[in-house]
Ligand binder design. Sequence first.
Ligand code: PHE
Length: 350
Amino acid sequence: MNDLDSLVETARQAFAQSTAPAELENAKARFLGKSGRMTELMKGMAQLSPEEKKSRGAAINLAKQAIEAALTARRQALSEAELERQLQAEALDVSLPGRQRGQGGLHPVSLTLERIEGLFGSMGFEVADGPEIETDWFNFTALNTPQDHPARSMHDTFYIEGGDEQAPHLLRTHTSPMQIRHAIAHVKRHRAALDAGQAIPEIRVIAPGRTYRVDSDATHSPMFHQCEGLWIGENVSFKDLKYVFTAFCRRFFETDELVLRFRPSFFPFTEPSAEIDIQFQQGPLAGRWLEVAGSGQVHPNVVRNMGLDPERFIGFAFGMGFDRLTMLRYGVSDLRLFFDGDIRFLSQFQ
Ligand code: PHE
């Protein structure tokens, strides 16, 4: 091998060993740069005769072209390798599960509320809404609840500070004040007909919402949900209460085998009063009596506070805790799960 061939070979090897563009450019400088090997060879031609110059010059040119070709090929190879590396790094694995936005859904207690509204709606009840901060009058007095009633004690009720001592504000302890609020509005709408002794539309309403009591354990929460029901007319009886509530419960729990029991009880605002118990015939709760609501025929004093004549108007009311209905329907044993906001629990209802 002559000196030129071996120089080309050395250059090829140097290029091959360069694994990064900067390294390759350094190698190029050693062979093709101003003070590189090629320039050295050219200078060495100065002493040659014209004949020798011609053939030596041609040979050097060939060697130079070979080195340049090797350089270009290596540059190309390195840039292709770099491109390949980038593509690898940015590769998408289309088999990976996508990143999704979580889908929201209704809270189980809201699902129950929708059912209640739907079922009572189908029986001609409208839905009313009212304040959670109540006056002492709507929450107790108008509901025939005397000053010394235990529900009025500080232990049971959240009073709001700084109000009128004679007429304090409080967080409503039940949805029953909505009986009065709704009836008063109804009476106001039909004042003229009433005064003329004419018939007026019946009051048939449910009023769901939040209620508050000083109470907290696995089955009681300081904030809970109730739904009030009220049906007042000229000829509404306990029989209607039994019919309506039985129909509601059987449809709510989707079983006609459900048995209801009206157990005598006491509420200041109803007379007679009853607790409503239900009994499943099948499933894990079969045979047990479960209390779901308080109810009764609206007390004449309450009818009077609604602005109606108790000699003419009569009806019934009920109040049910629908957190409890939700627990029974879905088999949830701890009420607090509803208010913890744990997505692992809540997502099971979607
Ligand atoms: N308000 C009563 C309670 O919270 C329930 C009830 C409502 C009872 C209507 C009778 C009539 O316990």
